[in-house]
Design a protein around this ligand. Structure first.
Ligand SMILES: [Zn+2]
Length: 400
């Protein structure tokens, strides 16, 4: 026993000796207490011992390590089953026969059979888009539009006008409502100047009309939680917030994240007959347990995956299990229309590939993994749930 102790002591001494490089930069290191974090510019090299690198540290923008990991790669160009993009923003592409043909070619290359345009269109703008769609033999059953609601000047008499306009938009071809923007909650004001709450009773007749007309309501509430937090070095979205000033919601000027979530949930609760689709997994993709609670509490609510693939792909097992359990409540959607980004979704949903890059560095400085969904779940996420929740969509010709 005494012999062993001696060896350990020597090793430690040796180790200490080994760690004694020349003085100055890269010197031995700064001891810290338990639970403390290393001083800025240093990193922990041994438990509770921090050191600064010998060379100037690159910024998070410039440090771009090349992975040495060799794993199987399955690039999936086209979705395994024809998909419906429930969160489409084709914007100008519904402007002419040529532009919609271009949209069609892009969708064909991805096996996206249908796009639901969630550009908040109403009145003439919606009618113009519908006339371009209906005039295209190739695209007339491949694009549908959601109607927008004008939330300005909510107050006495607003609801009657809004419902009338909605009925006219449905007559013109709208199959649902949306994308209701985050401005509802964040910035919209009522006629009396107060902030328009998401669950304001003045809006009720519109939600009731959506139930009566069997229109799903596609709603984007708030933004990622970090956007409401201080922009410090602990903020997981520091880079995005430093890049985009309009994504910062300081508490002195905006309602809190939880306040908006509570108003939204109250809207869901008070309109059980209305079908809601919460965009971006309700910003709970990084907390699937919380999203599960929301879906359990509100059977009238489903969710869509646009622009949150980075959270799905960093928890492959939990996400796989979540998608299987809630396979009837998740819709595919992409948000901004960048055709080269859709295959990332197919790869996460269809493969068990590991450790691959996301398509937008400022969203995720971590790697993604495939969640390897079964075919039956893929079919529901890709088209089945959208068709079920949106009776006005063309229902024929989909794989069984
Ligand atoms: Zn959107």
């Amino acid at each position: 026993m005494r012999h062993a102790t001696v060896v350990v002591a020597m090793l430690f001494a040796g180790n200490l000796a080994l760690a004694q490089p020349p003085a100055g930069r890269g010197s031995f290191g700064t001891p810290i207490g338990a639970g403390e974090s290393c001083p800025p510019g240093t990193t922990e090299i041994r438990p509770r011992l921090c050191r600064a690198p010998e060379f100037p540290a690159p910024s998070i923008l410039d440090y771009r390590p090349k992975s040495t990991l060799i794993t199987t790669v399955h690039l999936v160009k086209r979705a395994k089953y024809p998909a419906i993009d429930f969160h489409g923003h084709p914007q100008g592409l519904l402007g002419s026969a040529a532009s919609i043909a271009g949209l069609g070619a892009a969708l064909d290359s991805l096996n996206v059979r249908m796009m639901v345009a969630a550009d908040n269109m109403s009145g003439e703008r919606l009618q113009r888009a519908m006339s371009v769609i209906n005039a295209s033999p190739a695209m007339k059953d491949r694009v549908r539009v959601l109607a927008g609601i004008d939330f300005r000047n909510v107050g006495p008499g607003w609801a009657e006008k809004a419902v009338k306009q909605l009925e006219a938009d449905v007559a013109a071809g709208a199959v649902g409502v949306g994308e209701i923007p985050k401005s509802l909650g964040l910035t919209y004001r009522k006629a009396d100047g107060t902030r328009l709450h998401i669950d304001d009773p003045d809006l009720d007749p519109v939600w009731d009309a959506c139930a009566r007309l069997k229109l799903p309501v596609f709603i984007h509430t708030a933004d990622p939680q970090e956007f409401f937090e201080p922009i410090d070095y602990k903020n997981e979205r520091w880079l995005e917030l430093a890049l985009f000033g309009d994504r910062r919601y300081p508490p002195d000027r905006f309602p809190k994240f939880e306040e908006l979530m509570a108003e939204r949930d109250n809207l869901f609760r008070r309109h059980p007959k209305t079908t809601f689709v919460a965009a971006h997994m309700g910003w709970y993709a990084s907390d699937l347990g919380r999203l599960a609670k929301l879906l359990d509490e509100f059977p009238n609510v489903s969710t869509e995956v646009g622009a949150v693939l980075y959270d799905i792909g960093r928890q492959p097992r939990a996400a796989h299990d979540f998608f299987v359990k809630y396979q009837d409540r998740i819709l595919f959607g992409k948000d901004s229309f960048q055709p080269e980004e859709y295959p990332y979704y197919w790869r996460v949903f269809e493969t068990h590939d590991e450790y691959f890059d996301y398509y937008r560095g400022y969203h995720a400085f971590w790697k993604l993994y495939g969640i390897d969904l079964p075919d039956a779940v893929l079919k529901k996420v890709y088209f089945g749930n959208a068709l079920r929740l949106t009776p006005a969509l063309p229902q024929g010709g989909w794989p069984r």
